[in-house]
Design a protein around this ligand. Structure first.
Ligand SMILES: O=C(O)CCC(=O)C(=O)O
Ligand SMILES: [Fe+2]
Length: 297
């Protein structure tokens, strides 16, 4: 699948592009299976430790994690892509249909940035320590990287694994809000990094409900946020970042890799064990490094 000239123009002028039904559900199923299997295993362990009262085995993928976390939310911080490090998740980072679309805006030499997440946004109030890292205030993705990446274009691909709705905290964006470049942000403990109020563009936000299979492409200067999950099920999503090989990611202490190279296909990383090892080492060695550059307020 490729993007049309009109779609690429829309991405450039609006700073975002919604590509509906770009992927098949079969592209997402292996990740969902991987996560469901992990949660099932951890449920058995938590039950054996007496931390939960039942397995919730009959609950759907959207509901089971919420049921478990209502009793014990320890599992929640184990689930991001670099912590769980599933084989299917790694494979998905190089999904050919996804990369064909990425290639239309990034070009043929594509690096997969380590700024990547798989996010289960829990029903409001269930996240441990009272604040959910997946409820994010208005920010630009360039604002959550180091200054080394400021001069470079980085593409965010955001995709729901389960239905994303206004009620469960889908994304909101400011169309065209990318044109003034990087805005000042500040960081608030427990509330994340957000654009300083006075700098927030005066653009009417657009809420983007999405169904699984659809992709949202965002420029790294596009202001976006997501609100609380007001339902009793989990909003599962992934957000991945791609950029031209050789450009800095803004997280030099985490592992990037070549996802596609038309010039030198041998440079592509398809070694799952190597990817796991890179993350294991980086997570140990990068403890204490501040990912965001802004002063705390
Ligand atoms: O998934 C969310 O709610 C926020 C995601 C986000 O800020 C991003 O993908 O850049
Ligand atoms: Fe973001």
């Amino acid at each position: 699948m490729t993007l049309t000239t009109r779609q690429i123009e829309q991405f450039q002028t609006e700073g975002y592009l919604l590509v509906e039904d770009a992927l098949a559900l079969a592209d997402l199923a292996p990740i969902i299976d991987e996560y469901a299997t992990y949660i099932d295993r951890r449920a058995h362990e938590l039950l054996a430790e007496g931390r939960i009262s039942q397995l919730y085995a009959d609950e759907s993928f959207e509901r089971r994690l919420a049921c478990i976390c209502r009793e014990d939310a320890e599992l929640y911080r184990e689930l991001d892509i670099m912590h769980l490090r599933g084989r299917a998740s790694f494979k998905f980072l190089r999904n050919p249909t996804l990369l064909d679309i990425v290639e239309c805006v990034v070009g043929p030499e594509i690096t997969c940035s380590p700024i990547q997440h798989i996010r289960p946004k829990l029903p409001n109030g269930l996240a441990p320590r009272g604040s959910d890292p997946h409820v994010v205030p208005w920010h630009q993705d360039a604002g959550v990287a180091w200054a080394e990446a400021d001069a470079h274009f980085i593409l965010t691909v955001w995709l729901p694994l389960t239905e994303a709705t206004d009620e469960n905290g889908c994304l909101q964006i400011m169309p065209g809000g990318h044109i003034d470049g990087l805005l000042r942000h500040h960081t608030r403990r427990g509330a994340g990094t957000k654009i300083v109020g006075a700098e927030l563009p005066r653009v009417h936000p657009v809420t983007l409900p999405m169904r699984p299979g659809s992709l949202l492409l965002m420029h790294n200067h596009l202001p976006h946020r997501s609100t609380k999950n007001q339902t009793d099920t989990v909003r599962w999503s992934a957000d991945l970042r791609y950029q031209k090989t050789g450009t800095p990611t803004g997280r030099p202490y985490h592992p990037a890799f070549v996802a596609r190279s038309r010039a030198n296909p041998a440079a592509e990383l398809n070694d799952y064990a190597a990817w796991c090892e890179m993350w294991r080492t980086a997570l140990t060695e990068s403890q204490g490094i501040r990912p965001h550059r802004w002063s705390e307020k």
